[in-house]
Design a protein around this ligand. Structure first.
Ligand code: PLP
Length: 350
């Protein structure tokens, strides 16, 4: 069977000559120091694991996040552990609760499982409505919070995340997907996974670290929680990782100054486009703290605007069924966002 990617993979396909701001990728690659670390491992590619690369990654992450290293697990991206946690903890009798709109990968896993998937609209501030999420299915197996949320870029306060952790059924898992956390200048939820056995945090190197095609992600969770996610490969899951990606990630996580500089540069590019759109009277969903934002075109559908912008050589993102006139745009470099602004000027008739 030839498997063609739905959703994200399709949006990530190259269109010759177009500015690529459709798939929430980083506009540039790994930090040079990290790329060098990966290259060293290319040269040592004859060994499965030349020098304890996994442990070095776990120790580096544990030091940055302040969590025990035995609660860090690495994956080829965060998609696989996201599917696995659903397969392990949801079922036809224990559903999955998410926001709407949100990153929809877990909806598809839930459908495959035959688990009830309950989608709860975001609050008026575009946060997850944690009380409504619990009320909507008080006996779910998995509660999924994406913060910052894909596609709105908006965050859910840590106090609300904690409230859900404390009030959900004891044997349900709270999954907090922090794929975009590196753009947030504030607290993250990692410490919840440092002490609890019922919270799993997802991280990825596909976004700010510029490693989407290299494939590296992380989970923070207790060994007891992880055991059920690894039951079909006997805990050998880390054998699936290329050492190039592991070394690249290890060399990236501690680079606080580089992370901060990349974040600041992309936030400036994002805000330049947001101001440009607002000045034209185009509605932008407020509050993004990530490398994406959403535009409500109002009288045009998102699909029409996506096609019009593509004709002007700018590939923006998709829309979610709940909001047919709202497009997601990923943040590229300043130059790419200027090209986007110019393309909007060309195609938008107020
Ligand atoms: N979680 C969120 C919120 C995402 O937006 C994505 C990708 O866009 C993923 C997880 C999965 O990405 P990856 O498998 O590259 O880590």
């Amino acid at each position: 069977i030839r498997v063609t990617g739905a959703g994200a993979q399709q949006a990530a396909k190259a269109v010759a000559g177009a500015v690529r701001i459709g798939a929430n990728e980083c506009w540039t690659g790994p930090f040079p120091v990290a790329a060098q670390a990966a290259f060293k491992l290319v040269q040592e590619g004859n060994r499965y694991e030349p020098d304890n690369e996994h442990q070095k990654l776990f120790d580096a992450v544990a030091a940055v996040e302040g969590i025990p290293a035995d609660r860090v697990t690495a994956w080829p991206g965060s998609s696989d552990p996201l599917s696995r946690v659903a397969v392990a903890y949801a079922s036809p009798t224990r559903g999955i609760v998410t926001a709407d709109p949100t990153y929809e990968a877990i909806w598809r896993t839930g459908d495959w499982l035959g688990a009830k998937v309950t989608k709860v609209p975001l609050t008026k501030d575009f946060a997850h409505d944690v009380k409504a999420m619990l009320a909507a299915d008080p006996n779910a197996g998995v509660y999924y919070i994406c913060s910052p949320n894909n596609p709105t870029g908006t965050i859910t306060p840590i106090a609300d995340i904690e409230w859900l952790a404390n009030n959900k059924p004891k044997d349900a898992i709270l999954v907090v997907d922090e794929a975009y956390i590196h753009w947030v200048d504030g607290p993250n939820a990692a410490r919840l996974a440092a002490t609890r056995d019922d919270v799993l945090i997802l991280r990825t190197f596909s976004k700010l670290f510029g490693m989407a095609g290299m494939r590296l992600g992380l989970t923070f969770a207790s060994p007891a929680l992880m055991e059920k996610m690894m039951r079909y490969d006997g805990g050998q899951v880390t054998g699936m990782l290329p050492m190039t990606a592991v070394a690249c990630g290890t060399a990236s996580v501690g680079e606080a100054a580089l992370i901060k500089a990349r974040r600041a540069e992309m936030v400036a590019a994002r805000e330049k486009s947001v101001s440009h759109l607002k000045a034209k009277g185009i509605k932008v969903i407020p509050g993004s703290q990530a490398n994406m934002f959403m535009i409500d075109w109002g009288k045009k559908t998102a699909k029409e605007m996506q096609a019009a912008l593509l004709a002007a050589n700018v590939q923006i993102g998709r829309n979610w069924p709940i909001w047919p006139t709202v497009s997601r745009v990923s943040v590229g470099s300043m130059e790419e966002m200027e090209a986007f602004n110019a393309a909007v000027d060309k195609v938008w008739k107020a």
